[in-house]
Design a protein around this ligand. Structure first.
Ligand SMILES: *Cc1c(COP(=O)(O)O)cnc(C)c1O
Length: 427
């Protein structure tokens, strides 16, 4: 082996995995077990006391899931990662570790509709207050910071509008406020953008989307950037104060630059319980082996479809950062140089009715509430994913009545266009 750092595609295939020591199996075995036999009572005591690393129970660690965690940590350039049951479980885990009742966090108003709901409703029951900000307005962002602010949350490439957020600019505000920047990197994936290199402290994903890539398993992950000094800050008691259940251990002291991932695991996952199934971890880790190939094809296809739609007479507008006409084109050149992803929106002439008719008329493109599948997908957010939001929230999130969202798959692009052509003819 050479001592140069492996490239991204090599890490996607190999990071975290090795031939199975017990059997020689080349693929990662699915350790479909709830529990692991202790060597002896002393080892069990060390594991429970966090004095040794090892497996106790699959709610907290599992060897198949560990492969997925190491792989994604390597691809994002983080120090450690924690895989969980879904993207939403990842977000819950992050905020549970950072916030106490009465605390606030700032979130971009351009987010996945499910995240807007989670922050507005369930998080409020925990006493965590979300403050929404248009991240393009730097003054508004600075003004939103208060002494109760504990974190800033953005998506690198926002769903559903395909909006690129200036991560470095937001990161400067987070640093000045002394709070971590959390970036949801679901739509970009680390193949297109690595937020930690731009100042993110924590990255989260819905692995359900492009990472798994085949629309067959739910999963989420938290990546610790290892960049935030929890001890110096002292504002995050879960990390910087002694834990009574672990003999007074201070997690930030014992685990240093991967303490956040440990805290999310041994406090968050232990108590909240949103563990991923080892079978899903296996499917997602397998999907990641082809992430670079798939993402490039997704982007190349999306670029062709976006250009074709822009020239179509039944289309009012297209928002895809890969288009020269797009307001985010310049930011995309900086943050997403290999392509602007595969999820974007366009406005169909005729508003709500036309949008409903269009999604009812496609064949190859499936009408589903998902993105990031190898199959091409279509949805009309105003009547589905963003239905629960107010009209103002819909507009702010880029989900107005005429908006149609596409997630372009890896099929032959001529077939995708042919299907959209016949469906637009029905409108
Ligand atoms: C889907 C999605 C989520 C939520 O993930 P689940 O796996 O569905 O819980 C969060 N953020 C973004 C950007 C998403 O697309």
């Amino acid at each position: 082996m050479s001592d140069t750092q492996p490239g991204f595609s090599t890490l996607a295939v190999h990071a975290g995995s090795a031939p199975d020591a017990a059997t020689g199996a080349r693929a990662t075995p699915i350790y479909q077990t709830t529990s692991f036999v202790f060597d002896d009572v002393d080892q069990a005591a060390a594991l429970f006391g966090l004095q040794a690393f090892g497996n106790i129970y699959t709610r907290i660690t599992n060897p198949t899931t560990a492969v997925l965690e190491e792989r994604v940590a390597a691809l994002e350039g983080g120090t450690a990662a924690l895989a969980v049951a879904s993207g939403h479980a990842a977000q819950l885990g992050v905020f549970h570790t950072l916030l106490r009742p009465g605390d606030e966090f700032i979130a971009s108003d351009k987010l996945y509709g499910g995240s807007i709901n989670q922050f507005n409703h369930s998080f409020q029951n925990f006493g965590w207050k979300v403050v929404w900000v248009n991240m393009e307005d730097e003054e508004a962002l600075k003004k939103a910071v208060s002494d109760k602010t504990k974190a800033i949350f953005i998506e690198s490439l926002a769903n559903p509008g395909g909006v690129v957020i200036d991560i470095e600019r937001v990161s400067k505000v987070a640093k000045a406020a002394g709070v971590p920047l959390i970036v949801d990197n679901t739509l970009a994936t680390p193949y297109l953008c690595r937020p930690i290199e731009h100042g993110a402290d924590i990255v989260v994903h819905s692995l359900t989307k492009f990472m798994g890539g085949h629309g067959n398993s739910m999963g989420g992950i938290i990546i610790d950037g290892g960049t935030f000094d929890w001890l110096a800050s002292g504002r995050y008691p879960m990390l910087s104060e002694p834990r009574p259940e672990y003999q007074g251990m201070v997690l930030a002291e014992t685990f240093g630059n991967f303490a956040f991932a440990i805290a999310c695991r041994v406090l968050g996952l232990r108590d909240l319980g949103g563990a991923i199934s080892p079978f899903n971890a296996f499917l997602i880790a397998t999907g990641i082996e082809t992430l670079p190939l798939r993402m490039q094809r997704h982007c190349d296809n999306a670029q062709v479809v976006a250009e074709w739609l822009e020239a179509h007479d039944k289309v009012d507008w297209v928002r895809y950062a890969g288009l020269k006409s797009d307001p985010c084109h310049e930011l995309a050149g900086k943050y997403l140089p290999k392509g602007a992803g595969s999820v974007f929106t366009f406005g169909v002439k005729g508003g709500y009715e036309a949008g409903v008719k269009l999604v009812s008329s496609t064949g190859l493109l499936s009408h589903v509430a998902n993105i990031g599948d190898s199959k091409s997908l279509i949805i009309h957010p105003a009547s589905t994913t963003h239905r629960q939001l107010t009209d103002e929230q819909k507009a702010a999130a880029g989900a107005g009545p005429e908006v149609v969202r596409l997630s372009i798959g890896v099929e032959d692009v001529a077939d995708i266009i042919a299907d959209l052509e016949q469906a637009l003819a029905e409108v």
